[in-house]
Design a binder for this molecule. Structure first.
Ligand code: MG
Ligand code: ZN
Length: 225
């Protein structure tokens, strides 16, 4: 099979511009300092469109809102659908609209943080834009990254996204109720993930029904105060 790849400095993608990435990292550091200053734990939630990020975040909020003061930052191009869904579950939500950008960046998160009273919060869940590729290059200052992958995305979602998994601590394999119909082996997905990152915590979930949410809360180390 013939394979072509870009050579060095041949990539026509502004997102890979070193300067931009560097600026983003500086701002991400600022965000992190700000979170730490107020003892707020921040989680960056990544996954493709339709993987179930919003549903999972909503379930986590529902489960934890009695124990933690929670806010969410909902990243999306132009809509506020996800933000409204998370708000319904009991979190304070800031919508972060990226316009045409396919990822959140640390600057937009900083703007969202300016709209939140961090002293009144314990936990901030950041729903990134639905995409598993470039958000990986844009740290936001969160303490943890969690990836949501759904069985409806087929059997190769994990092996095709090694970089994002390497930078994450938790993987949710969602919509396990649909695995059989999709002919996807969830244990194989788990194995693929552990081959990429052996210490990754893998959780099976059915977000719509709230199944696996307790396991997820444990995997995120949020089960105790
Ligand atoms: Mg969503
Ligand atoms: Zn992007």
């Amino acid at each position: 099979m013939k394979i072509v790849k870009p050579g060095k400095n041949e990539t026509f993608d502004i997102e890979l511009e070193e300067d931009l990435l560097k600026q983003n990292r500086v701002l991400a550091e600022k965000n992190r300092i700000r979170f730490d200053q107020y003892h707020v734990h921040a989680i960056d939630v990544l996954g493709s469109i339709g993987s179930g990020k919003t549903t999972i975040i909503g379930q986590v909020v529902k489960e934890l809102k009695g124990r933690y003061r929670i806010a969410a930052i909902a990243g999306d191009l132009t809509t506020t659908i996800d933000a409204a869904r998370i708000q319904d579950k009991g979190a304070i939500v800031i919508q972060a609209n990226t316009g045409k950008e396919c990822h959140l960046d640390a600057n937009l998160v900083l703007k969202a943080l300016n709209e939140l009273n961090l002293e009144d919060l314990d936990l901030v869940l950041i729903e990134n834009v639905g995409n598993l590729i470039c958000p990986g290059e844009f740290p936001l200052g969160a303490h943890q990254r969690m990836v949501v992958v759904s069985t409806t995305e087929g059997p190769y979602m994990i092996v095709k996204h090694p970089y994002i998994l390497l930078e994450s601590s938790v993987l949710v394999i969602n919509k396990i109720d649909l695995a059989q119909a999709m002919e996807v082996d969830i244990h194989q997905l788990r194995e693929d993930a552990l081959n990429i990152k052996p210490d990754l915590k893998v959780v099976f979930a059915n977000g719509r029904r709230g199944e696996g949410i307790q396991d997820l809360i444990e995997a995120l180390n949020l089960s105790g105060e």
